[in-house]
Design a protein around this ligand. Structure first.
Ligand SMILES: Nc1ncnc2c1ncn2[C@@H]1O[C@H](COP(=O)(O)OP(=O)(O)O)[C@@H](O)[C@H]1O
Ligand SMILES: [Mg+2]
Length: 379
C-alpha cells in the first residue's frame, strides 16, 4: 500500500509562509506530479513528506498512520534527487545496494534485490562499473535503482531529469512511465516542466506561491483550467489573454465584446458581471487562419518554423500592440511584418473574471476525448 494524505500542511521559514495549508489525497499506485514555477514550494512540500524538513503545522499521513514524528527511514518512502549523489569509488552494484547495506540485509537477499532492480533499469551489464563510466541517464537510473531496492510504499522524485539533455529527458520520461506501470507503486514527482507533468501524471497538482492552484488530470487542466494561473502555466506556447467587456448574461452563456466584435461564450453564467472587464483566453493552437467568431489581425515579429507547425509571435494591432502567439500549419506562407488575418472560435475560448477565476466551460471532457479519438466525427 502507498496512500498519502496531507491535512492542512503548512511550512514557515521565520515569518515567511512557504506552504499555505495544503490538503491532498494520493491513492495507492497513483502517479502524482507537483508542478509550478521555481520557488513555489514544490521541494519543500516533498521534503516534508520525506521527513527531511519539519512541518510547521498539519499532518502527514501514510497508509493511515501519522508520520510527522518519524525519521525518513521509518516512513516507507524513497527519494530520488536531481543530483544523483552516487559514490564515485563504488561500483554500480554497491551504489544500488547501499541502503540495504545500511539496513544490514543478508547477502543473498540483497543480491537478488539489486539484480532485480538492475534488470528493470537495463543496468544488468553495468553492475561492476564505476559511475564515472556511465552517461548522465545511466547515472540517474542507478539513483532510481537505489530507491527501487528499498521497496518503498511511496517513491518521491525531485526534478530527477533536470540535469539531462532534452533528448535524454524525453527518453527518461517514457522509461519512468514504464517503470511506474511495472512497479504499480505510488509515485510523487516534482518538476517545473509542464510537459513532464502532462506526459507522466495520472493527476497533476499545480502549485502557485505555496498554494494549490488546481488538482486534476492532465486534459482536465488543459481544457478546464480553474484560473488564469493554471491556464497560463499548462500549455505551450502560453495561452493568450485578451481584455473583453461583458455585454450580457443569459442562460446560454456570457456575451462579451472585444473591440466592437461580440460573441457568446458557452460558459456557466454568473450574476453581477454585466459591464465588467473580463479576460478572454485563447490557446495559440486554437488560432486559425482567416476569420472566426472573433477576427484578429496580427503582425508577426518572430516566426518559428518547427516543421509540423509554425509559431508566430506577433503584435496585436487591436490591443495596443500586445504580444499574441499563434500556432499555425507548418507550411503556412507568412512573413514577418506582414499583417495576417486570423480568427478564433468562441467554443475554444476560456473566460476569466477580474480575480482571474475561470467561468466554468460547458464542455464535457468525454466529448473532448471522443473528438481526440475521432477528429472527423460530426458534432
Ligand atoms: N531552508 C530555507 N530557509 C529559508 N527559506 C527557504 C528554505 N528553503 C526554501 N526556502 C524558500 O521557500 C520557497 C520555496 O522553495 P522550494 O520549495 O525550494 O521551491 P521549488 O522547489 O518550488 O523551486 C522559496 O522562496 C525558497 O527561497
Ligand atoms: Mg525545487
Amino acid at each position: 500500500m502507498g496512500q498519502l494524505h496531507l491535512n492542512q500542511v503548512k511550512k514557515f521559514y521565520g515569518h515567511f509562509e512557504v506552504i499555505k495549508g495544503v490538503e491532498l489525497d494520493v491513492t495507492d499506485g497513483e502517479f502524482v506530479v507537483f508542478v509550478g514555477p521555481s520557488g513555489c514550494g514544490k521541494s519543500t512540500l516533498l521534503r516534508m513528506i520525506a521527513g527531511l524538513d519539519d512541518v510547521t503545522s498539519g499532518d502527514i499521513i501514510i497508509d493511515g498512520a501519522r508520520v510527522n514524528d518519524l525519521p525518513p527511514v521509518k516512513r516507507g518512502i524513497a527519494m530520488v534527487f536531481q543530483s544523483y549523489a552516487l559514490y564515485p569509488h563504488m561500483t554500480v552494484f554497491e551504489n544500488i545496494a547501499f541502503p540495504l547495506r545500511v539496513e544490514k540485509m543478508a547477502e543473498d537477499k540483497l543480491k537478488a534485490r539489486v539484480e532485480h532492480a538492475a534488470r528493470i533499469l537495463h543496468l544488468d551489464q553495468r553492475l561492476q562499473q564505476k559511475p564515472g563510466m556511465l552517461s548522465g541517464g545511466q547515472r540517474q537510473r542507478v539513483a532510481i535503482g537505489r530507491a527501487i531496492v528499498r521497496e518503498p510504499k511511496i517513491f518521491l522524485f525531485d526534478e530527477p531529469l533536470s540535469n539531462l539533455d532534452a533528448a535524454l529527458r524525453a527518453d527518461m520520461r517514457i522509461e519512468l512511465a514504464k517503470l511506474h506501470h511495472q512497479l504499480q507503486a505510488t509515485m510523487i514527482y516534482v518538476t517545473h516542466d509542464q510537459i513532464e507533468a502532462m506526459t507522466m501524471a495520472d493527476r497533476i497538482v499545480v502549485l502557485n506561491a505555496g498554494e494549490i492552484a488546481q488538482i486534476g488530470e492532465p486534459l482536465e487542466l488543459y481544457h478546464k483550467p480553474a484560473n488564469k494561473f493554471v491556464a497560463g502555466f499548462i500549455g505551450n506556447p502560453k495561452m493568450n489573454f485578451l481584455p473583453v467587456t461583458c455585454k450580457s448574461v443569459t442562460e446560454a452563456g456570457v456575451e462579451v465584446d472585444y473591440k466592437g466584435q461580440t460573441a457568446l461564450l458557452p460558459v456557466t453564467p454568473r450574476d453581477g458581471v454585466v459591464g465588467r472587464e473580463l479576460t478572454l483566453g485563447i490557446r495559440p493552437e486554437h488560432v486559425q487562419l482567416g476569420g472566426g467568431d472573433i477576427s484578429l489581425t496580427i503582425v508577426p515579429s518572430v516566426i518559428e518554423r518547427l516543421g509540423a507547425q509554425t509559431v508566430a509571435y506577433a503584435a496585436l494591432e487591436s490591443n495596443a500592440g500586445e504580444n499574441f502567439c499563434a500556432t499555425l500549419p507548418g507550411s503556412v506562407a507568412i512573413r514577418t511584418e506582414m499583417p495576417l488575418v486570423t480568427g478564433i472560435r468562441i467554443a475554444d475560448c476560456h473566460l476569466f473574471d477580474e480575480e482571474g477565476l475561470a467561468f466554468e466551460r460547458r464542455v464535457e471532457l468525454t466529448d473532448i476525448d471522443m473528438e481526440l479519438l475521432n477528429p472527423t466525427a460530426p458534432a
